[in-house]
Design a protein around this ligand. Sequence first.
Ligand code: SF4
Length: 273
Amino acid sequence: MCHSLEEVKRLVSRFDGSVAFVINHSGGKDSIRMLGFVWECFPNTPTFAVMADTGFEHQRPISAIDFAHSRCTDFNVSLTVVRNPRRTYLQMVEQRGMFPSAQYRQCTSDLKRGPIEKYIRTLPFRLIFNCMGIRSEESPPRSKLPPLTLNSSLTTNTRTVYNWFPIFEQTLSDVLCWHWENRVPLHPVYVPEFHRDGTAGGYLRRLSCRLCIFSTDTDLLAIRQHDPEAFHAVSELEQKIGFTMRSTGSLVQITKAAQIVIETRDAQVCLPF
Ligand code: SF4
């Protein structure tokens, strides 16, 4: 058993009767695995799911919100969808005249963290675990994060809130295997190799905003092909505000260059010896 789980169990027994888990849900594989994990470890503790809708969530072939609702129903957990009432992701970019960056992720703070924290403040529990599906394996900076920390901005005299990463030590393979073994479906936007039920047509390895500031070049190419509306919405925004999402060029330039790299590589593979 990991150390953070031991500590969470100790805290739950101390505050027995006024404890809740809040699952930050995106509709993605890690959120669902996290919900399953908390449900397995704490079947008798109230658990709530909350999803922050950025206004730029996947809509097809099933919306990320509807998909998250279905997965929460599987675990008999209610899902609350929260939003920033003032702006969506695209409106935020247009109003600021620039895109968020890895260093300054205003999208996460304004459109996700803020509305979710507002929701947590409404819950009548003395101890709350704000659960996020972050995994150590995802990146070197993430691997250095502590999986259980006191959330001092949400903690008051009558409420203690911890940020907890319940599946911090799980690998991608652990997460996918759990989905397959328990027949818990994944959103169809995921690449076919993530599915074991024959679902095809997916093109992304992460479920995030339809086009995220962290999308790779390969993701951008796939989005241009499979979700042209999202690609053009962001591309047109780049032109409108005169600011590109990436410092290396516009989305059109980046995807054209990536396409050339792929075509050149494929042509070399086909050359006769
Ligand atoms: S998914 Fe990407 S673009 Fe959307 S809020 Fe998160 S970091 Fe920002």
